[in-house]
Design a protein around this ligand. Sequence first.
Ligand code: PMP
Length: 391
Amino acid sequence: MGGTPDLSRLIYLDYAATTPVDPRVLDAMRPYFAERFGNPGSVHQFGQSARAAVDEARAAVAHLIGALPKEIVFTSGATEANNAAIFGAVYARGVPDRHVITAATEHHAVLEPCRWLEAHGVSVTVLPVDRHGIVDPDAVRRAIRPETVLVSVMHGNNEIGTLGPVAEIAAIAREHGVPFHTDATQSAGIVPIDVKALGVDLLSLSAHKRYGPKGIGALYVRTGVQIEPFQHGGSQERGRRGGTENVPAIVGFGEAARIALASMADEAARLAGLRERLSAGLAAIDGARLNGHPTRRLPGIVNASFAASDSESLLLALDLEGIAASSGSACTSGSLEPSHVIAALGVPPSFAAGTLRFSLGRWTTLEEIDAMLEALPRILATIRRAAAGRR
Ligand code: PMP
């Protein structure tokens, strides 16, 4: 038998791709697979017990971002939430002659729906970012036209960790009466988010980035904001997303949101300490540059580019040493193209090709960071020697 490899001894520095389910989340979910299996739409006690659990989870997710429970629509994840926000906002206003504004460093789950709409008659402006990945709010103001029906700019970037000027951009969109969406998949539960203070109309979340299960997320839809329903069927989710609720996953998401809110301040401080040590260690490596904003950033993501190397060789060599990292977005790994995010920062191609993302989380230790910092210079030297030999 091939068997399942023992992963417990490996060093996981890819929490931005996904996280393990917290044991407390797993405990909360367990009864909802078999014992409390009811359909929340049923009137009997099986149904009502499931309904109560979904309501409680909805309240917890709402509380995490300062929303009302009725403003939370559960989805299958952030990809669906982003699609629902973008298609929903455009379709609510009728497709012809519409215009959407987004930014170059968005996740594919925002850029691809926009590209699809563009191929079907919607005009799309993709704004550039500065060298740290920040969108200029004035550029948003200049891009807004009478036919603009949505501005979508992310809250925290999944590759470089930069936190965008979301409140400023939301205020500009509101001034012009344009709905504003933000993808907060990487930041909700990591840094404080209050949808009312931010002034956003639509916000996407995902449970599996925050120690919850995969396949569950949410879209916050501010009361009064019109979006076209995105999944037609039953009347679940106030008619905005038909289909029997994924009760165990929703319960898990609720518990993950509760834990995130309670532990956010301590966890962010601890991660920022580890991040500083990691960043300092990486910056000291020959031919390295750090990517992302130096201060306006998520506590757990570090991105660096290394001259005269390539991401794939680096990742494979790290993996052989038992260290799991990423070249950026997991959704694009496996392709040798440098990431669109790193390209948008203007990182020179000689550096961009050798880009790594390290993302830290609840169970990352100082020893793991130090082990990585010991391994990487060795690995880099080997790769650079091999590349020089080929020239
Ligand atoms: N947006 C961002 C910023 C992400 O990092 C991700 C996950 N890579 C997604 C959206 C997609 O999330 P999900 O896996 O829940 O569909």
